[in-house]
Design a protein around this ligand. Structure first.
Ligand SMILES: [Zn+2]
Length: 318
């Protein structure tokens, strides 16, 4: 079960220890780039609080695993936490638990909520009822109010090992390899990537932009290749960034640290064709493209700019 990955983590083991020693705080903020991992861990934490052996078999464990435990409440009820959700949480924190002696609120993606909704929670987090616990999750702790953060025990979840995740991936080997490398230990992201049918195509585009694109005659072709991948533009830039990083590692003789180790010979070509300065400039060009797209510049324009800028950098660095 996927649970095993989370149970093997240092953060889980530490939490288990504090609960068994009776030292657990009442409010936690689980921080992970991977929202799914944070949510899974939150549910496991709830299980620990109610059944410290995390047996998985008792009625409490079973109900929590299936998100059906009456003493474990999940928020927000819609897409993001609103003031009404917070009001409900405050109200419910004063009602007695039904099945156990604890009441647990799991509040997911708290970074997406309004400041108002977060503010409404403050008092509960600050002076929790004896038997009430709050487990908040976020993938972007910068968007969580400092006042909320200061009242929570902050736990940063570390990514899992590739070896642990790969047993859960069922797709062809090429997709599996790319998903594991780009997923970088984040379980949900890796699983999601592994299911993408165009993952290899995206990689070819990222690789081609760095390796093959060399003359303005090809500009139109490459621009089209980018536009064809539509919503996956950010993934292309993410892969390109890793390739550039890999090339930089080769430049400083750290070949054994590159991410795309199976493509070492191609990465070497990129490293040989570009100076360190040139690689850094290429990185900036990709970053700029991501930013432009996030500012709602149209994809054709972003793609066109990207291709022209790559050519410019390559030309100037010659
Ligand atoms: Zn149990």
């Amino acid at each position: 079960m996927l649970d095993e990955i989370f149970k093997n983590s240092l953060q889980f083991k530490n939490f288990l220890k504090t609960v068994k020693n009776g030292n657990a705080a009442h409010s936690f903020l689980l921080i992970s780039k991977d929202a799914f991992s944070a949510q899974e861990m939150a549910n496991l934490f709830a299980q620990v609080l109610i059944c410290p052996n995390v047996c998985g078999d008792c009625e409490n464990c079973q109900k929590i695993i299936h998100h059906l435990h009456p003493d474990v409440k999940y928020f927000p009820q819609g897409a993001k936490l609103l003031v009404d959700d917070s009001k409900k949480i405050v109200e419910e924190s004063f009602t007695k638990p039904i099945f156990t002696d604890k009441k647990i609120f799991i509040i997911q993606n708290v970074d997406l909520s309004t400041d108002e909704a977060q503010n409404k929670l403050l008092k509960s987090l600050e002076e929790p009822q004896n038997n009430v616990y709050y487990i908040l999750t976020t993938s972007n702790s910068d968007k969580v109010l400092p006042t909320i953060k200061s009242r929570c025990d902050k736990i940063v979840l570390s990514p899992a090992d590739e070896e642990q995740i790969q047993n859960y991936i069922t797709c062809d080997e090429k997709n599996k390899y790319l998903a594991l490398k780009i997923g970088q230990g984040f379980v949900a992201k890796t699983l999601q990537l592994s299911k993408k049918s165009n993952l290899q195509e995206l990689f070819e585009v990222a690789l081609g932009l760095l390796k093959d694109l060399s003359s303005s005659k090809d500009a139109v072709v490459w621009t089209k290749k980018i536009i064809d991948q539509k919503t996956d533009f950010n993934l292309i830039t993410e892969m390109a960034s890793i390739l550039i990083e890999d090339a930089l590692l080769i430049k400083v003789d750290k070949n054994n640290q590159i991410t795309f180790d199976k493509f070492a010979s191609v990465v070497l070509e990129i490293a040989q064709a570009n100076s360190i300065k040139c690689l850094s400039q290429l990185q900036a060009v990709f970053d700029r493209a991501v930013r432009d797209l996030s500012y709602n510049v149209s994809l054709p324009l972003v793609a066109d700019n990207l291709v022209m800028k790559i050519l410019e950098v390559k030309y100037l660095c010659k």
